[in-house]
Design a protein around this ligand. Structure first.
Ligand code: HEM
Length: 308
């Protein structure tokens, strides 16, 4: 099946499992946006020609989100949180960097992702039923690691205390055309902090958005952008596999949240849109996100226009 057709099938299936929530994103439906400033620390000059990662301060629009496609789930039912950053470069280029609080994804290919939606037809209290999970474990052994992580995962205590992973590898390209594989991570300056199950149980819908706004108004809230440098043998096309924990990490700069903005809700954070100096790997899930996000974007923006 062509990539676009399969992406449409996948988005239709997401709607079937989680409901069709008009005007919302078909995944990570509820979130909150911030204007932000990213300041490069100069380390990027050793790795890439991408201007915003080499020097100076660049405007960004950030959206934090709960992963559920259903916007009415309470915040604790989505232990996986998202952080989408759009760098808006002065020369008009944009680059999206989209991360989640899990280091790996649960499907290796778009075909497996779409099939998995058939099996995980039912979600109870934010998690697939045990019998569905057992079926998934048997059919897709490579998905076990991610599903285990997600089932055990506790939500961060705040959007500002999550460690966000790009999951996919990308290439940083330097002035001589040399390409180095990296995975991006956003590290919270407030430190990584998770809710315990008792705390998680008392979280209501919208608490995370409210807490973040209070935090930003009362003090500086920032993240450090890290590039994890891949070894020659590290897989660059398999989002179900993490790299070894001892891989070298370089810090590229610091992102400070400034003011809440509605701009993020209307943006399309397609992770394949990158600035010159950063390139996609051949990860099939990364490339599948391009048509899937476009379909979700067209649906939600079309619905908003009809409503207005
Ligand atoms: C088969 C693979 C995937 C599919 C089909 C998929 C699908 C989607 C869709 C339809 C949206 C809503 C897009 C929009 O309306 O703008 C979305 C948003 C999102 N996805 Fe995925 N996704 C996939 C993989 C991933 C992976 C591997 C990550 C990990 C980084 C991820 C993180 C996110 C985040 C953080 C958002 C919210 C972005 C925003 O705030 O606009 N997704 N996804």
């Amino acid at each position: 099946m062509a990539k676009e057709k399969l992406a449409e099938t996948a988005v239709n299936k997401i709607e079937k499992v989680f409901g069709e929530h008009k005007t919302y994103r078909r995944a990570h439906s509820r979130g909150t946006g911030y204007e932000a400033l990213f300041t490069a620390n100069g380390e990027g000059q050793n790795w890439t020609v991408a201007q915003h990662l080499r020097e100076g301060t660049t405007k960004a629009v950030v959206r934090f989100s709960h992963s559920s496609p259903d916007p009415f789930w309470t915040d604790n039912l989505s232990p996986v949180k998202g952080m989408a950053v759009q760098f808006q470069l002065p020369d008009g280029q944009v680059m999206n960097s989209v991360g989640v609080t899990s280091p790996i994804f649960f499907s290796r290919t778009p075909e497996v992702f779409t099939e998995m939606l058939d099996i995980a037809k039912s979600f109870k209290k934010g998690k697939p039923r045990l019998r569905d999970l057992i079926k998934l474990f048997i059919k897709y052994p490579e998905s076990r690691a991610a599903i285990r992580i997600i089932r055990k995962m506790q939500s961060p205590a705040s959007f500002a205390t999550g460690l966000y992973h790009s999951i996919h590898a990308f290439y940083l390209v330097n002035g001589t055309g040399q390409r180095v594989p990296v995975k991006f991570q956003w590290h919270p300056e407030a430190g990584v902090e998770s809710l315990n199950p008792v705390e998680a149980a008392s979280v209501k819908k919208g608490d995370f958005e409210e807490e973040l706004e209070e935090r930003v108004l009362s003090g500086e809230t920032a993240f450090r952008l890290m590039a994890v440098i891949g070894d020659a043998d590290d897989p660059v096309d398999d989002p179900t596999k993490d790299w070894a924990k001892d891989r070298k990490k370089v810090e590229l700069g610091r992102l400070v949240l400034k003011e809440q903005t509605d701009e993020a809700e209307g943006l399309l954070y397609d992770p394949t849109i990158l600035a010159e100096g950063v390139e996609c790997t051949d990860d099939p899930i990364l490339h599948f996100r391009n048509p899937a996000y476009a379909i979700s974007y067209m649906r939600r923006e079309g619905e908003k226009q009809k409503e207005s």
